[in-house]
Design a protein around this ligand. Structure first.
Ligand SMILES: Cc1cc2nc3c(=O)[nH]c(=O)nc-3n(C[C@H](O)[C@H](O)[C@H](O)COP(=O)(O)OP(=O)(O)OC[C@H]3O[C@@H](n4cnc5c(N)ncnc54)[C@H](O)[C@@H]3O)c2cc1C
Length: 341
């Protein structure tokens, strides 16, 4: 027995496939050669979030932090099996869905540098291959999976740069004390070394059709995809109003400040608010979290912006609450949660 699954993308494109009651929606879509945005496939990371608009289903074991609060019909497609035909609204455009296998390519480390306390910048150059030549093709907001050399384990990292012909990939990575990829970066990684990449993946990114102001809220290395989106705005000379709230715990965790100054020069409409939660000295900027800064700014806003959130789940939840408190419709709030996979 199979059920009929009807998907509708954010830009209104329909897709359909069949799914048995024992199969996850992600697996059934893959079997139909539809590669939907997903990452850990264990109910942990939230990358396969969607909303059921009709039908019955079972949502299996998952991390509640991986689902946005306040959506009773929210599901993780990797943990959902159907109990009837289903209609599902996808929170991303058709362009974010792949209809071929996800590319895997070797890349060489071209730079690895410490940029702040426990934070590194990693730059890779993709090897040329028959399909892509040397180019790095991806959309701002997407992530790549990087394999830990000598293992089959992969971790997701958001791209901070924009697609380019030189095959360059740039990441900002917070080193976790007990982390496996973090240990690789600390102890073994060096320029010239090669590692396998998989992607680009993910549905996070600018809602191109919207003319509303764009507000970006980033916690720590959650700045990475925001840099990519702002860099794309600068490349395309997009003059839409934009505001960035970038927050860290202490001043020593700040990074990419010179790049933000450069972006402000290229995007004169861009307002940047640097937030430090627990400053160690006299901090001249906002003292508090970027979610608190967002709350304050929304109180004074005359228009309802689109809001892009990235970073640890607690920050995202707080920012989602602030947006809801000021009446921002949920479909104007886009998020990427940096959860362990
Ligand atoms: C879509 C997506 C994009 C991501 N992009 C980025 C990025 O651009 N930059 C970045 O720094 N990270 C990013 N992450 C998180 C990243 O994938 C890894 O989870 C993180 O780097 C830890 O990997 P690790 O191998 O060092 O630690 P692991 O070996 O996976 O974990 C070791 C220990 O650390 C804990 N831990 C792991 N990650 C975190 C975390 N984020 N917060 C708190 N505790 C944690 C684990 O629970 C575990 O106890 C992203 C995650 C996702 C899902």
């Amino acid at each position: 027995m199979t059920y009929h699954i009807q998907l509708t993308t954010r830009d209104g494109q329909p897709l359909e496939f069949d799914c048995s009651p024992e199969q996850s929606l992600i697996d059934a879509a893959l079997a139909a050669h539809i590669s939907l945005p997903a990452q850990c496939c264990q109910g942990s990371c939230g990358a396969c979030y969607a909303s059921v608009t009709a039908g019955d289903y079972l949502l299996g074991e998952h991390n509640p932090a991986a689902l946005p609060a306040g959506n009773a019909n929210g599901i993780l497609m990797c943990r959902t099996t159907p109990c009837s035909d289903l209609s599902i609204a996808l929170p991303y455009d058709h362009a974010k869905i792949l209809f071929h296998t996800v590319p895997q390519r070797l890349a060489q480390i071209v730079a690895l540098e410490s940029v702040a306390e426990n934070t590194v910048r990693l730059a890779l150059r993709l090897d040329s291959d028959a399909d892509n030549g040397g180019a790095a093709e991806f959309e701002p907001g997407q992530f790549m999976e990087l394999e830990i050399p000598g293992s089959t384990e992969r971790r997701a990292y958001s791209l901070a740069n924009t697609g380019n012909w030189d095959g360059l990939l740039e990441f900002f990575i917070r080193l976790q004390p007990q982390g496996r990829f973090s240990a690789f970066l600390r102890e073994r990684a060096q320029p010239g070394m090669k590692l396998m990449t998989r992607g680009a993946l993910g549905a996070f990114g600018i809602a191109e059709g919207s003319l509303r102001p764009r507000w970006f809220v980033a916690g720590g290395t959650g700045l990475a995809p925001m840099l990519a989106m702002l860099r794309r705005m600068a490349e395309y000379r997009e003059m839409q109003a934009a505001r960035l709230f970038f927050g860290v715990n202490r001043e020593s965790e700040l990074f990419a400040l010179a790049e933000l100054e450069r972006l402000k020069a290229e995007l004169p409409q861009l307002v940047v608010e640097i937030c430090v939660w627990q400053p160690q000295g006299e901090w001249p900027g906002f003292v508090g979290t970027p979610a608190e800064a967002l709350h304050q700014a929304l109180a004074e806003a005359s228009v309802q912006p689109d809001i892009y959130l990235c970073g640890p789940p607690r920050l995202i939840e707080a920012a989602e609450k602030a947006a809801a408190a000021w009446g921002i419709p949920p479909d104007q709030v886009f998020s990427e949660r940096f959860l362990p996979g």
